[in-house]
Design a binder for this molecule. Sequence first.
Ligand SMILES: Nc1ncnc2c1ncn2[C@@H]1O[C@H](COP(=O)(O)OP(=O)(O)O)[C@@H](O)[C@H]1O
Ligand SMILES: [Mg+2]
Length: 537
Amino acid sequence: MELDPKKYNRIDYQKAPKILEVKDLRVSFKSDSGIVHAVRGVSFDLYKGETLCIVGESGCGKSATCKTLMGILANEAVIEGGTAMFEGEDLTRISEEDFHRIRGNKIGMIFQDPLSSLNPIMKIGQQITEATLINRNILKKRYNDLISKELIAFKNLQTERNYAIQQLVAQYDFYEVDAKKKLSDAVYQMKKAGKPQSEILAFERREKRHIRKEYRTIRKANRLKIRQIEKDYRLKEPALKTALALRKKEAKQENKVYADKLKKELQEAVSKIDVELKTLTPDKDQARIQELQAQRAKLINDYELKTCITKKQARAMALEVMKEVGIPQPEARFKQYPFEFSGGMRQRIVIAIALTANPEVLICDEPTTALDVTIQAQILELINKIKKDRNMSVIFITHDLGVVANMADRVAVMYAGKIVEVGTAFEVFFQPKHPYTWALLSSVPDVDSKEKLVAIPGTPPNLVTPPKGDAFAARNQYAMAVDYEYEPPLFKISETHYASTWLLYEKFAPKAVPPKIVTTRIEKALEEEEAYERHNG
Ligand SMILES: Nc1ncnc2c1ncn2[C@@H]1O[C@H](COP(=O)(O)OP(=O)(O)O)[C@@H](O)[C@H]1O
Ligand SMILES: [Mg+2]
């Protein structure tokens, strides 16, 4: 009996829409040892509703790839090329404010260390509520975006004035403090030297007079400067203030038009549904009625979420999302601080906060690496569940291929800043083609047979000076001469399966097969699958 790989795809890859398209992404870091070429031409698509797992050893550029998508790369990073198209915008090019808009609402990210994303001194209920308020007050957000240019110009004028004045005031204040300190030191020295009292007093009087005079001179000059600054400010302020007020008025108007439009659209869509509902009969058209009612509820819900919510609503939503991520007794847990939660519970909270924005894409960067095995399994299950419930797309990053066997729809294997194999989970787990994938599969511990896992020999190459040819060659027991000279292209194996290794090029390659440990495991897994199918299918 042959298993049909397509049967294992929950996603129809010929039809599913692409939500994110990454093309030839290149990211480098400036470091003391030179330029680190961390991401060297990575391309992948993310389909609606799928979980794409990106797997590879530490340092192969997984985090750098995803941080680029989120716009949170370190300062020393440079995006050297490529595009990442998301809803018509290139995530590698758009402004930081736009990033905030997209990051806040459309793309969520969770990291290995949940504490790094939580505020340690704020109760977690409040953190989730605030995130909800910020993420769901869409009209307010829109208004703030609309006025931000004028608001920043006005604020800058104010802060520049305040800063300049502070500097000038500090100048005469500091002079006085400093001069008085020096004088008292001098007096002390004179006393110590046994100078006559009258001489000391005379010196002191003279010096004090001098300090006062000097202080007044500086103060006078600086007050003149301050007056000039105030004058300049008063000259410039009205224009900016007016511009801001005007923009606020326009923004309010624009927002009102927008809100009215949303409302009108909602009313029209709802009444269209209501009209159809009236034509249906409960017994005959049960299915259609249910469908329409669900559509109607969704329209209203979407509308509310697109406009604004109250603090009370936000609190209720926070409790709801806490329940969704499986935090027991959310009402009681609401008032606790992050330190009162276990690692697994903290990761649930971080997921809850990400969910408040109702993201379309959730990027998980090794979210379970710091957790122990049972907790890890629970978090994976949770991510799987919310992904299904919300029809989200997930990018799941891990160094451990074993972790993702049960959740991946597709797997991309990364090595030294490149994707070396990509395919559906079935293809990568059961028909792997790249020797690095074979190596990763051999290093996954087998729980049943307690087989010794095979560590991959050697270490990944230094990305300051990436090797010529196939970057994996030096660690590849199947390496051929060509591997040290030329980089293999991405060979197509199926519509969904590609791998970059010269082993796939008939002219060069012997009939290389995966190592025994991998083939036996695959055979065993396939037998189990077939037995299961005979039973249930
Ligand atoms: N801020 C940084 N400065 C310099 N090099 C960095 C920086 N961040 C990452 N790198 C380098 O980039 C490469 C890829 O890193 P990363 O994307 O974090 O890998 P992964 O997430 O796969 O473990 C590594 O060689 C790493 O040392
Ligand atoms: Mg990483």
